[in-house]
Design a protein. Structure first.
Length: 345
């Protein structure tokens, strides 16, 4: 007779899953909104549609963190990558003019470590707090033999809401519109396959290597969370409807690939590349990797994480609003006649 085998023998420990849920519950409670129905533990997250909308449109977005997670594993730091997971989703739905309502996460692990999972979810909860949305559910999958025991993957899904007549789809963009850029905090969550290859293979650095040009350790620069722009922009969308004609979240593909997604036929974006300070991390990567300038602009955000296209007559009011709330911005260009491309000047 062979010894009996259990699910735990196969690498999945249900009791640790229950322990992880207990650690997560107070983190989820931080994000609760009045529209949330029920609590953690159901088969589905419940959320009441907010009152006051006449023709509400739901806007959804989903994304992951990508190979930035490899840096988190190398640093042994897991409490910020959850912010990235939320940011990549809520920033995407924000550009449609939508207010994020709720978020769900999916975390897959090789071997469940309740403390490590709690750190990840702490970051997710922080991202939800920063964006004003509720964390109403999620899924943790223990997958031995598929992921390394000390590694995991994180993905997220968010839903927002906007009045149908306030949807931003780029159709309002016109020649002469002003382009404002809100600065990024660094690489955000894009270009890490190239960044890691340069930093750890070409330059031969470690995460704890102090880089003079950066003024900090490499791991700190690479792990800095993606900025969440919801609370910067949402007040303008609500109080000054129609002023913002379009927005673009600058993710993979950089400015040159993302801005054209909101440009109507016959128009281009003329971007003044010297209009904002270039963060040291981009110059360091370009130098160490001898990366062609064109590749830099098509891989990284180059210091601008969100682009707003605003009617020329309203641009000053938006700038004054940002100034009053101490939100940094840069006047980075104009909308001109063209072929739906970005022209760097």
């Amino acid at each position: 007779m062979k010894d009996a085998m259990t699910y735990r023998d196969a690498g999945v420990d249900i009791s640790k899953g229950n322990e992880a849920v207990d650690k997560i519950k107070p983190l989820v409670a931080r994000t609760k909104r009045p529209e949330v129905l029920g609590g953690l533990g159901g088969f589905g997250g419940l959320f009441r549609v907010p009152e006051g909308y006449k023709k509400p449109v739901l806007v959804s977005g989903t994304d992951g963190i990508g190979t930035k997670l490899k840096v988190a594993f190398m640093c042994g730091k897991h409490d910020t990558v959850g912010i990235d997971a939320v940011a990549m989703c809520v920033n995407d739905i924000l550009v449609a003019g939508a207010e994020p309502l709720f978020f769900l996460d999916y975390v897959a692990v090789g071997k469940l470590n309740p403390d490590q999972l709690a750190e990840v979810v702490a970051g997710i909860a922080e991202g939800c707090v920063q964006s004003g949305c509720a964390l109403i559910g999620g899924e943790t999958a223990e997958m031995p033999g598929f992921y390394q025991n000390d590694e995991y993957d994180v993905a997220g899904f968010s839903v927002g809401i906007v009045e149908e007549d306030r949807l931003l789809d780029g159709s309002a963009v016109g020649e002469g519109d002003v382009i404002l850029g809100l600065p990024s905090t660094g690489l955000h969550s894009n270009g890490y396959s190239l960044a890691r290859k340069i930093a750890f293979e070409r330059a031969g650095k470690q995460t704890d290597s102090y880089i003079e040009e950066l003024g900090e350790r490499l791991g700190e620069a690479l792990l800095r969370p993606t900025r969440i722009y919801v609370k910067d922009v949402l007040p303008i969308l609500k109080e000054k409807p129609g002023v913002i004609h379009a927005m673009a979240h600058i993710t993979g593909g950089g400015l040159v690939e993302n801005v054209p997604r909101v440009l109507p036929e016959g128009l281009s974006a003329e971007i003044k590349t010297e209009a904002w300070p270039r963060l040291p991390i981009f110059d360091w990567l370009a130098k160490e990797g001898q990366v062609p300038e064109e590749d830099m602009w098509r891989t990284f955000n180059m210091g601008i994480g969100l682009v707003l296209v605003i009617g020329a007559a309203d641009a000053q009011a938006v700038c004054e609003d940002f100034q009053a709330r101490d939100i940094a911005y840069y006047d980075i260009g104009r909308i001109v006649k063209g072929d739906q491309s970005v022209v760097r000047v």
